[in-house]
Structure formats: C-alpha cells, structure tokens
Write a protein that binds this ligand. Structure first.
Ligand SMILES: Cc1ncc(COP(=O)(O)O)c(C=O)c1O
Length: 409
C-alpha cells in the first residue's frame, strides 16, 4: 500500500535514471527506500512541502536547514526579486557587497571582516586557505562534516592522494586527541576546524578546551557554523557559549534558501585574504545578499532563535515522553541544540533497531510528517506549536505501528 502512494515519484525516478547519475543528487537520496518514501517534490510553503503524488508533509528537514524562516517567505523573496530587477550580478563591485559584509560583522563579536561566497563547502575551504596564509603552516585538524571539496574527503579514492596526511581528524569529544595531533606535528598545523554539532553534549568546557589547545599551539580556531549560525542564537553558537573563534563559516540559516555563504573573522587573520585567489563568477550575486539581509533582520526583530529553540524543546520533550510511555529503545535530543532535534533508536540488536527505525519513519510519512531517519532535523520560524503537537500525536500512532510490525516480524 505504501508503495502505491509514491507512483509519480517513482516515475520521475525512472526518468531521472537516464539523465542523472544515481537518479538524484546525493542529499535527495531515499529516506528509507525508493519505493517506500517520496523522492520527488513539487512545492513548499511555510513548513509544509508537497510531493509529486499530491501528499502534503510537515517538513522537519527544511532543505537540510537552508530555510530558517520557512519556504517561499514573501518578504525575503520580494527583497531578492527587487535585486533581480536591477540586474543582480553586475561586472564589478556593488555597494550591496559592503552592506552585506557590514551586516555580517555586526552579528559576530569575533569578526571585523568578511569574505562573501556561495556555499558552505566554499566557506570552509576558503577559511582554511586564509588560515594557511595567515600562519604559514599547511596541515589542518578537523572534526565534522565540512562539505564536498577534496580536502574534506581526504580518504575518498576519487580525490588526490596524500590529503589525509594534510587533513588530520580529531575526536571532538576528547580534547586530548587534538593535543596528540599537535604533539605529532609540532608547528605544522595552521587551523583546527570544528562543527559545533560534533560536541555532544555541547558543553562550554569542551569547546573552550579545543579553542585553548588550538591557540596554545599557535594555530587558528575555525568554528564551522554553517548549520548552527543564527538558528541557535542571533550571535550563533559562539555567542551562546562565549567562544572567540578566529574565523567562522556561515551559510544555511543565513538567507532562507538563496545561495550565499561567508567567512568572517578577526582583522589580522582576514587581512591575509587580500589578493588571494578566492573568486568565482557568481560570488557577487546581490539577489542572495538581499535575501540574506532581510533574513538577518527578521531573525533579530522577531526572536526567531527563541522560537525555534522553544519548539525544538517541545518536540524533543514530547518524543521522549512517547518513547518512555511505550518503552521504545530510543532517545530524542538536540544535535547539538534543540533547534536541530533528532530521534535516535538504540535497540541493542542492529537488525531490530533498523527495522523499528524504518517502520517508524515510514509510518510518519504516511501520516504527513517528513523526518529524516539519519540526519538531524531543523525547526523553522514557520513551524508553530500546533504543528509540533500534531507531529507528536502522529508520532505516538506511528510508534505503536512500528512496534507492532517489529513484534509481528
Ligand atoms: C557544518 C557544515 N559545514 C559545511 C557544509 C557544506 O555546506 P554546503 O553543502 O553548502 O556546501 C555543511 C553542509 O551540510 C555543514 O553542515
């Protein structure tokens, strides 16, 4: 029955197979299987999206966090449209570039300058290049997903060999593992890049220890706030935890779906970017910058971070109450904070765990709630308490179905 639900989705998938390797982009991969989860979608508004078979969902993925306010936000899109009418990408510089850099810097106590880019992967790559130039060192240490560029997949056989010796991984929940890397490569590590969602629970002490270790060894601390910026607090994770990174990367949450990203940081470090080859044809696009300026204004004026925090807590608490009540081996938590909630199944038997998880998320889809089984979720400003309560009602029903299915199997 579930499979019939997604007939049009499957037709598009079959057509895509001929023209798109793998039938879809990587982030569009099946939530469970191609046959039992929607693959192609038609439109989104607020916190709801509609698939090509006409089913509407309360969406908790929000394009992997790109929509902090909600799909098709009228104010943000109107601001972008106005720029489009002026010719949004002119041959040289625009005053809007300066205004956007100023608006970003205002929001970070740690930042005096900004470099404007298009994607999160570009921002993390640029931040590390700036750090190498500022320190004269070449190696970096990392913890987290930082994008798809060569350096961030150092072990992938499709990237140039030897990157793994340049890009070293540390365990973000064990600051000693970072100390060990500095011990093994004295005076060689330019920067430590950390995505906040890697520290669980996100205690100030662990972040501070990583920042201190980095500075003690003369390296630069890069906080990769591509996911967390603006949604966890107007000043992002660093303001919430009192951190002072040398460089920060931002993108999702910045512009409500319009492609833009930035590196912001301290003047003496950022000055190294002058004259560096950080350039792409579309960097100057002011439509996305206008969208970002409007998003940033709304985030501040309307208390967006407080809203998504409160609703994230409501969802997490509600899910935990349900799993306790039904005695399900699962726990809900913020990854790392409530605006990015998740539900992790933790049955000791991996097969049972997988079956329970799949059954739950498929039953949620049938009830009109889209939650990713393997990726943290994102609450938007468009979600309301009533959406969370409806979601919880469905979660209780879906969990009962999942338990019954697993018992019957
Ligand atoms: C922490 C972090 N850094 C960098 C990136 C890469 O951003 P993008 O996908 O826009 O290239 C992501 C994307 O999910 C991310 O979560």
């Amino acid at each position: 029955m579930t499979e019939e639900r997604y007939t049009s989705s499957r037709k598009w998938l079959a057509r895509a197979e001929r023209v798109i390797p793998g039938s879809h982009h990587l982030s569009g991969q099946a939530l469970t299987t191609h046959a039992r989860s929607p693959m192609y979608f038609e439109r989104g508004r607020g916190c709801r999206i509609t698939d090509v078979d006409g089913h509407e969902y309360i969406d908790y993925l929000m394009a992997f966090g790109a929509f902090l306010l909600g799909y098709a936000d009228p104010e943000v899109d109107a601001a972008a449209r106005k720029e489009l009418e002026q010719g949004s990408l002119l041959s040289m510089n625009r005053p809007q570039h300066v205004l956007f850099a100023e608006a970003l810097i205002e929001r970070f106590a740690s930042a005096d300058m900004a470099v404007l880019l298009k994607t999160g992967s570009e921002a993390t790559t640029a931040a590390l290049r700036i750090a190498r130039r500022a320190t004269g060192r070449r190696r970096v240490a990392r913890a987290g997903y930082h994008g798809w560029h060569d350096w961030s997949l150092p072990l992938d056989p499709s990237v140039p060999a030897g990157l793994d010796a340049q890009v070293l991984e540390f365990d973000s929940n064990d600051p000693h593992s970072l100390e060990a890397l500095f011990g093994a490569h004295p005076g060689e590590i330019a920067a430590v890049i950390l995505a906040p969602e890697m520290v669980l629970p996100p205690t100030r002490e662990v972040f501070q220890a990583i920042q201190d270790t980095t500075h003690r060894h003369g390296a630069l601390f890069v906080l990769d706030e591509v996911k967390t910026a603006f949604r966890t607090a107007p000043g992002s994770v660093q303001a919430r935890l009192g951190l002072k990174p040398d460089l920060t990367t931002v993108s999702k949450g910045l512009s409500n779906g319009w492609p833009v990203a930035a590196v912001v940081g301290r003047r003496d470090v950022m000055s190294s970017a002058a004259g560096m080859h950080l350039s792409a044809t579309y960097h100057g696009d002011t439509a996305a910058m206008a969208a970002a300026l409007t998003t940033l204004r709304i985030v501040e004026e309307r208390g967006v971070a407080d809203h998504v925090w409160a609703l994230g807590e409501r969802l997490i608490d509600g899910l935990n109450a349900i799993v306790r009540e039904l005695d399900v081996p699962a726990v809900s938590f913020g990854e790392p904070f409530p605006p990015m909630p998740f539900l992790k199944f933790n049955a000791p038997n991996p097969e049972t765990n997988g079956a329970l998880r799949t059954a739950f998320f498929e039953a949620m889809l049938v009830r009109g709630v889209l939650m990713h089984p393997r990726h943290m979720w994102f609450i938007s400003y468009a979600h309301q308490a009533a959406d969370i309560d409806t979601t919880l009602e469905h979660a209780r029903g879906a969990m009962k179905v999942a338990l019954e299915q697993c018992r019957a199997a």
